[in-house]
Design a protein around this ligand. Structure first.
Ligand code: MN
Length: 240
């Protein structure tokens, strides 16, 4: 059984190389897997399934090619693409999962999440997150014309960039207590997440028991994925 995990591809028309590499990844690596999990921020921005962007349409088509060949593809919302909706799923054949969600890998329960909810030290981000993740906010936002949503997203991205620059790196990482709580509440011993762009496999101890937190890498400079194969987890990079 092979399952692959990616996140934080941040695909965007301004960086076509990453899109090409992801298409290639789907045709080569993912095509031979049993399932692909995309743990958020597949796209740099997604303000609604009616986006006419041609690069995004390419990605959706490539995902459809994969899912129609019989490989299951699961998607979790990231902070950039939490508006991926039903039409995206219909067109790509992907299935949306709740964030967080517990999946089973060879009999082991594993927590998978985008990871932004674990960054509880970043108070202003969490405040923003809790307002834009309500059904009400999203219904109102999606009722605006596409151009207005797009303009809003560009402003939000600029604001987020400025916030990232002036916020200390440790504030933008996961909070250890939030991680411990997630382990306790879900009663798992392993979690997989992205968002922080700090790939690594961290062995921890939660209430005297071993636990593991696996962090996926971003795709800005190279491809990056986690493979679960023959009972082993391995982070791998793909040169661009
Ligand atoms: Mn993110």
């Amino acid at each position: 059984m092979t399952r692959l995990f990616v996140s934080d591809l941040h695909l965007d028309a301004s960086a076509p190389d990453a899109t090409r590499q992801f298409e290639e990844f789907l045709r080569s690596h993912a095509a031979h897997a049993d399932a692909l999990y995309i743990l958020g921020d597949l796209f740099e921005v997604w303000v609604g399934d009616d986006d006419p962007d041609a690069e995004k349409a390419r990605v959706v088509r490539a995902l459809h090619e994969l899912t129609s060949s019989g490989v299951a593809c699961f998607v979790i919302h990231g902070n950039r693409d939490f508006l991926l909706g039903r039409q995206f799923c219909d067109r790509s054949g992907c299935r949306l999962l709740q964030d967080p969600v517990v999946i089973e890998l060879n009999g082991e329960r594993v927590l998978v999440t985008h990871g932004d909810a674990l960054c509880t030290d970043d108070h202003s981000y969490q405040e923003l997150r809790s307002s834009v993740r309500t059904v009400d906010w999203q219904r109102r936002f999606l009722s605006l014309p596409f151009e207005i949503r797009d303009r809003f997203a560009n402003k939000a991205r600029a604001g987020s960039k400025a916030h990232t620059t002036r916020t200390a790196p440790e504030i933008q990482d996961v909070n250890p207590q939030a991680v411990a709580t997630a382990f306790r509440v879900t009663r798992v011993r392993r979690m997989i997440h992205g968002h922080t762009h700090r790939p690594g496999i961290h062995d921890l101890e939660i209430d005297g028991e071993p636990a593991q937190r696996i962090v996926l890498g971003a795709w800005y400079e190279e491809g990056s994925y986690l493979a679960y194969e023959n009972g082993r987890y391995e982070l791998r990079t793909l040169p661009r």
